[in-house]
Ligand binder design. Structure first.
Ligand SMILES: Cc1ncc(COP(=O)(O)O)c(C=O)c1O
Length: 388
């Protein structure tokens, strides 16, 4: 390991770089979470989050990680034995499915190749077959962080409508919120799942459910056991700006700052920045003559680029070399992609030179690791970044 100097490059697809403004916001004295000053903070972040999810409905905030918000989405709306339609798009879809199975839900898990997103046509066909409306929920991961593949949520909504099916629509936006356009109300999503450590530029520790009236109504008949994740008491307390149990006060300071930053930058400009960085990263991969995991250009991610190494080359050995030599963390291959791919995170608080530096680290690493590739990927990315 060479002696470290300068900044570490955190290029995993979350947790992402926490901007100084947010770090400073976190470093304020913790206040009484039952006092009037807290109520102002609580109301401000609960309202501010609605704009980020593009919803007029409540957003529930928990101290927890995204995995908790997966569980919360299911236990608040469903009953043991309910059928749920899920899709094997990658590791995170698989983990959400595992949560559902552990709770005794009957998951119809549509097999996938981990290189493509949810096919709206399959959604429509599956729901059209279900004449008795036994399927109670359709659950989809928006940006599959393990593969860099984005499922087309608006089209999936249309497919559900086309089948005239009343299932709840649940979407995991853990790595898309604040990075890729997400329209909770317009797309008729009933429960969105998200977390703090990706596009919101915060440390890990908060997770979210954005709701709909239909989702809130479903809590009345849902019989899965729930306590910590129960929306009902939380929504009552949130109305006054308070939380049912001790909230992550300092992370909420950070959240207030993150929402302000996203609003200052503008959501559309933020989405465009992510899309452009995705294009430049893919230009680099193409320039290197390597293969993307994502195969359908309509599903390319602006958050993360997953790259396959030629067979016989260990992606984790490459990552280790790059970490030791250049002090850069890249995302590892997860689940069945372990050792076969590496992932370049380009989401959150990020800019052109950070991307250029990250890609330069990858190109140098490929050389040192003896991976067969063409030089010039970085140059191709720079060309993409300098298009007027
Ligand atoms: C798309 C997606 N969903 C869910 C999760 C799980 O979130 P957590 O690790 O915060 O529990 C992750 C984590 O990276 C993710 O990327």
């Amino acid at each position: 390991m060479v002696a470290k100097s300068g900044r570490h490059f955190l290029q995993i697809p979350g947790p992402t770089n926490v901007p100084d403004r947010i770090l400073r916001a976190l470093a304020q004295p913790t206040i009484d979470h039952r006092g009037p000053e807290f109520a102002t903070l609580g109301k401000e972040v609960l309202l501010g989050l609605r704009a980020i999810f593009k919803t007029a409905a409540p957003v529930v905030v928990y101290p927890g990680s995204g995995t908790g918000a997966w569980e919360a989405a299911l236990v608040n709306t469903l009953s043991p034995g309910d059928r749920v339609l899920m899709f094997e798009t990658g590791q995170f879809a698989t983990l959400w499915k595992d949560v559902a199975v552990r709770f005794g839900l009957a998951v119809d898990y549509v097999a996938g190749d981990w290189r493509t997103g949810v096919d709206p046509k399959v959604v429509e066909a599956k729901l059209a077959e279900d004449k008795g409306h036994a399927i109670k929920a359709v659950a989809v991961v928006h940006n599959e962080t393990s593969t860099g593949v984005v499922s087309r949520i608006a089209e999936i909504r249309k497919a559900i409508d086309q089948a005239r099916h009343p299932a709840l629509f649940m979407v995991d936006t853990v790595s898309s919120l604040g990075c890729i356009d997400y329209r909770h109300d317009e797309w008729g999503v009933d429960v969105a799942v998200s977390a703090s450590q990706k596009g919101l530029m915060l440390p890990p520790g908060l997770c979210f459910n954005a709701l709909s009236d239909k989702a809130i109504a479903a809590t009345k008949s849902a019989r899965l056991p729930r306590s910590y994740w129960d929306w009902q008491q939380m929504l009552r307390d949130n109305a006054g700006g308070f939380f049912t149990y001790t909230p992550s006060t300092n992370l909420l300071y950070g959240l207030r700052e993150a929402i302000a930053m996203l609003n200052e930058q503008g959501l559309d400009a933020t989405f465009a920045r992510h899309a452009r960085h995705g294009e430049a990263a893919r230009a680099a991969v193409k320039g290197w003559g390597l293969e993307l995991v994502a195969t359908d250009p309509r599903e390319y991610s602006g958050c993360v680029t997953a790259v396959l190494l030629p067979s016989g080359h260990d992606a984790d050995a490459l990552r280790k070399l790059i970490l030791e030599r250049f002090d850069m963390s890249l995302g590892t291959g997860l689940g069945k992609l372990k050792g076969k791919i590496f992932r370049i995170g380009h989401l959150g608080d990020f800019n052109d030179l950070m991307l250029a530096g990250a890609l330069a680290g990858v190109e140098m690493g490929l050389t040192l690791a003896g991976v067969p590739f063409r030089k010039g990927g970085v140059a191709a990315a720079l060309d993409r970044l300098t298009v007027a």
